[in-house]
Design a protein around this ligand. Structure first.
Ligand SMILES: CC(C)(COP(=O)(O)OP(=O)(O)OC[C@H]1O[C@@H](n2cnc3c(N)ncnc32)[C@H](O)[C@@H]1OP(=O)(O)O)[C@@H](O)C(=O)NCCC(=O)NCCS
Length: 143
């Protein structure tokens, strides 16, 4: 298992993983824009030469927002997401980021457990944040 910077040729795999997991609905254009943004840390996780996970973090000054992290479901719960997040942490440290924020659906207990395991704390609630009316929980991680 290893990680590397995402390239435009990875985006079809990224889109496939996103659509399989159905947790976000970014278009290919949105993915392209995020992947090429100078503010973005965009990484893919590779196992056996296949893209099986990805992460997008947007960095603004000493704060960052974790926009997405995803692992193909056949490879869940084997430590791949943790490996990917730790790579993200290394990049954030290089950029001297001090805090990371994220929003997560209130019913996405798996992701919440994942974030808590990695030291995030829940610091707020955004009512009806998503277009389907679901609430978002706001999480924060401080270096
Ligand atoms: C969240 C996600 C990235 C975790 O990836 P993963 O590779 O399965 O995570 P890991 O194997 O590194 O697990 C680390 C910890 O996360 C938590 N976790 C992972 N899967 C879990 C599950 N099904 N139920 C409860 N906790 C879970 C546990 O605390 C786990 O530690 P443990 O195995 O020691 O108990 C993955 O489940 C995923 O892609 N989910 C769909 C996309 C998504 O919702 N992303 C977040 C919103 S942007």
């Amino acid at each position: 298992m290893h990680c590397r910077k995402m390239s435009p040729s990875d985006l079809e795999s990224v889109l496939r993983i996103q659509n399989e997991l159905a947790f976000q609905n970014w278009t290919l254009k949105q993915l392209e824009s995020e992947c090429s943004s100078p503010l973005s840390i965009s990484l893919v996780l590779i196992i056996n030469e296949q893209v099986l996970g990805y992460l997008f973090i947007q960095v603004i000054g000493d704060e960052a927002e974790l926009l997405s992290i995803a692992i193909k479901s056949d490879y869940s719960r084997i430590g791949a997401g943790s490996f990917l997040w730790r790579e993200g942490v290394s990049s954030l440290k290089e950029k001297n980021v001090r805090s990371v924020f994220l929003e997560v659906r209130e019913n996405n207990i798996t992701a919440q457990q994942f974030y808590k395991k990695h030291g995030f704390i829940c610091c707020g609630l955004r009512k009806h944040y998503y277009s389907d009316g679901e609430n978002a929980l706001l999480f924060r991680f401080d270096f």
